[in-house]
Ligand binder design. Sequence first.
Ligand code: NAD
Length: 426
Amino acid sequence: MKIMKISIIGSGYVGIVTGIGFAELGHNVIFVDVDENKVNLINSRKPPIYEKGLKELMQKNKRRYHATTDYYEAIMNSEITFICVGTPSKEDGSIDLRYVESASKGVGEALANKDDFHVVVVKSTVLPGTTEGVIKPLIEKESGKKAFEDFGLAMNPEFLREGNAVEDFFNPDRIVIGVKDEKTKSILDELYKQFNCPKLFTDIKTAEMIKYVSNAFLATKISFANEIGNICKKLGIDVYKVFEGVGLDHRINPAFFRAGIGFGGSCFPKDVKALIRKAEELGEDPKILKAVIEVNEKQPLKMIELLKKHIPNLRNKRVGILGLAFKPDTDDIRESRAIPIIKALIKEGAKVIAYDPKAMNNFAKMFPQIDYANSAKDVIAKSDAILIVTEWKEFEELDYKGKIVIDGRRIEKAMKDTKIYEGMCW
Ligand code: NAD
């Protein structure tokens, strides 16, 4: 194996896991971030985010990486740069490229000083055409060099799942690499040699599109499951049994029909919205994608409807929230379904008390006005009704006896011994 020098621009969920993953495989890694706090944390060998197994790998490989705010230092001392900065949504749902643009400029400025061939890989999720239409011209302009000749440019979408990201780095389902020049292709081929999964080499815009279509399809599966689930609930049918039967058809596959309160996170909502805006820009009317978002926005509010069936007036009632992260095993609250649910409860005049094993600090910055408990048990003890919003494993161990529980995530234990139990779609 050839040991490579890698720089990572943007040390958030994707950047830190990718960089530490490469360090574990033996490579030398330099992280760059504009957030000095993150840079300091990484240099003290502390994870800037919570992700299972990350802390241990940061300790184990502590001599193979460091972090800086200085692009020049990072580019001069590496041969491959991964751009991993965020690509959030603008107000209108379109993609906000400001971080990608500033990262591209920074890389270009530094590259102007470098004679050796350098490969730039875009890992951030960007719409088809962005790598060649936005990133390439910016790097070329700032560096005075030509892409695919003086420096390599590729697009390598990331498919890791937060909560399982370290495991996913080492065991991906597939690696997709959008490339144009042979030199870049062979360098990335070498970098990914140790991975045994299928590797798909495509042109750059196809690689960009594969990422959007993967996320759009998974989001569609969830909204479809929720729409069917809402019908099942009215019919007194358990939608999970239905999808067990449906999933046995090998053309369908049982995974990811997770009916409940919908999807959140930093990817599905923003990526589906960005694809909608792009389609509209092209004169298309993406009806399915729009419905996916519409179903997803209504779904968490169904929890309030179910709660009001049992407590019609929520004013001054203590409502307990179990789970604030958008999914278990992460501290990420971006687009968490807890946000619209808690907003609605506050509007109804309820007193909210919440608990999450990892995400309370992040959530308290957004909602300082609600109460936070020290434990899930405490939430149960202090609430008139409990809403289960994230399926943390520890919620399977609780005693829900005698309580009103509205369950958005199908916690088996709650299904068994509660006074009043309402599942979202079952
Ligand atoms: P994040 O917000 O956690 O991290 C982005 C980091 O980039 C932050 O630390 C920020 O300070 C830094 N940054 C911003 N501008 C910078 C600049 N000019 N120079 C250096 N650093 C800069 O984002 P994330 O969740 O890691 O996502 C990154 C990209 O990967 C996005 O495009 C996202 O869609 C995609 N993605 C994310 C996931 C996921 O599960 N989070 C999975 C697959 C793909």
